[in-house]
Design a protein around this ligand. Structure first.
Ligand SMILES: [Cu+2]
Length: 297
């Protein structure tokens, strides 16, 4: 699927083929609420982002495609009850356009919807796949680990539109965990599930396209790992959020068919600041999630 740069930016996400790689910077919740008047059945902290909203292209319509601003999502939690920590909470998302259900969604990376859930301090990250119920409605259960504020980001491609996302803040009842500061990692090497994962950048600067390279080795032997399995149809997936969870970047690999030890991704950080980056890879049928925090100058 090829789009003009402007349209890709407007729509947020674009579906990628193996030879393409794009980065999408999506504005925050406040803007989406301004633009699309989403109804959120529960709110965390009020986020307004008017300045950024005004930079957005409100023209639309030049292609006749369904635009992100014309899609509304109604979020319901626990069938309208107050969501509580530690128990399965049903999340229901109803997608509409002009008051009518959006009936059809394209499958991207093996799913009709990708849902990213993070705690406000970004210490909790969950990437799950709500099930399509028909009639524009998706459902999924999630167990929130503690009380507090969470951001949910739905990533999807409605028929007749491009890839886009909609987000909501949610307040969960229960004892909160002490907020963990989002601190940049001194060294970008981590061991997760027996894999030693190193993250390198060709350069690190806001507003410039740059490459993230993950190198994956066996933590015990140091041997390069060459048997990564496709996860959702690609060698890996990377999700990036700014420290305040307002900027969401979903990044896809340069070469979807890779199997390690390196996995390369292109992205552009929209502005300077602290970002958390989650890389997800699969080996031996298990998905590992590797977080890094970087300060982008
Ligand atoms: Cu997904």
């Amino acid at each position: 699927m090829k789009r003009s740069l402007g349209l890709a930016a407007l729509l947020g996400l674009a579906v990628l083929t193996a030879c393409e790689s794009e980065t999408k910077a999506i504005k925050g919740d406040g803007e989406q609420m301004n633009m699309s008047h989403d109804h959120h059945s529960a709110h965390g902290p009020a986020k307004t982002n008017g300045a950024e909203g005004s930079t957005h292209n409100h023209g639309g319509g030049q292609t006749g495609e369904l635009q992100e601003k014309d899609v509304n999502v109604s979020w319901t939690y626990a069938d309208g009850q107050a969501p509580e920590a530690g128990v399965d909470t049903k999340i229901t998302m109803a997608f509409t356009h002009d008051g009518k259900a959006i009936e059809s969604f394209e499958t991207t990376h093996e799913q009709k919807e990708h849902l990213i859930i993070v705690s406000k301090d970004l210490s909790y990250f969950h990437h799950i796949h709500p099930e399509y119920q028909g009639g524009g409605v998706f459902e999924v259960n999630n167990r929130f680990p503690a009380g507090g504020d969470y951001k949910l980001i739905a990533d999807f491609v409605p028929e007749g539109g491009g890839a886009m996302n909609k987000s909501a803040w949610l307040q969960v009842k229960g004892a909160p965990l002490p907020a963990a500061p989002v601190k940049p990692d001194g060294e970008r090497v981590k061991t997760v599930d027996g894999l030693r994962v190193t993250l390198d950048f060709d350069r690190l600067a806001a507003g410039q396209e740059l490459m993230l390279t993950y190198t994956i080795e066996d933590a015990e032997t140091g041997a390069p790992v060459t048997d990564l399995q496709p996860y959702l149809g690609a060698v890996g997936h990377v999700v990036i959020l700014s420290e305040d969870a307002e900027q969401y970047l979903h990044v896809h690999p340069m070469d979807e068919k890779g199997s390690g030890p390196k996995a390369e991704f292109m992205t552009t950080f929209p502005h300077a600041g602290i970002y958390k980056i989650w890389g997800q890879f699969q080996r031996d049928g298990r998905v590992i999630t590797v977080p890094f925090v970087v300060n982008v100058p």
